[in-house]
Write a protein of this length. Structure first.
Length: 193
């Protein structure tokens, strides 16, 4: 499979969002852009956790439903959610109705609130150094994990977080700009260097 394609607008992009306008917009405007802020980082952790075992486009198409269900991912509000909220969300067709993932999102919010310095700084502590955050152009291939994602996963699981395996944390690092995994010829690669 090609790593990048020329799209109808004439731009060369990573091949993975091809054929879907929402996915292409996400690729062009969000994927790989560094984010900071605890609620923003928490949203990404939660959505990546819900994505486990599914495709990202499945989550992306339900993102607004997730935001409505989880109070725009304001950690303080999510941390206060109860078993009745879990039961209610199990009937919400706007999200992925997985009881374990819903419960993990609530527990993760509670745990994130207790982190000294906040969840964003905690996660960014595991990012590769700038200059080493881009995948090599030579022999380019997308990976599923890295030394850093494994360390982040281990640290979060030790605290008690759920649905934060190394592959999920690698996807988080790609999405939040800790890694630059745009294909070598993708127009976004050099804009995020």
């Amino acid at each position: 499979m090609a790593h990048s394609l020329i799209y109808p607008d004439g731009l060369e992009r990573c091949a993975w969002p091809h054929g879907d306008d929402l996915y292409t917009h996400y690729h062009d405007t969000e994927w790989g852009v560094p984010i900071r802020g605890d609620d923003d980082m928490f949203e990404r952790i939660a959505l990546e956790g819900f994505q486990a075992g599914l495709s990202w486009i499945t989550i992306l198409k339900r993102r607004e439903g997730f935001r409505a269900a989880f109070h725009d991912f304001e950690m303080a509000k999510v941390a206060q959610m109860t078993d009745s909220d879990v039961d209610r969300l199990m009937t919400d067709s706007g999200i992925i109705r997985n009881r374990s993932k819903i419960r993990a999102t609530i527990k993760n919010a509670q745990l994130a609130l207790d982190l000294p310095g906040g969840i964003s700084d905690f996660v960014w502590h595991f990012a590769p150094e700038r200059g080493q955050h881009s995948t090599s152009v030579q022999d380019f291939e997308w990976k599923a994990t890295s030394r850093e994602s494994e360390a982040l996963s281990k640290a979060l699981r030790k605290i008690g977080f759920g649905f934060v395996g190394p592959t999920t944390m690698y996807a988080l690092m790609q999405a939040t700009g800790m890694l630059n995994d745009h294909a070598p010829n993708c127009f976004r690669r050099n804009t995020l260097a």
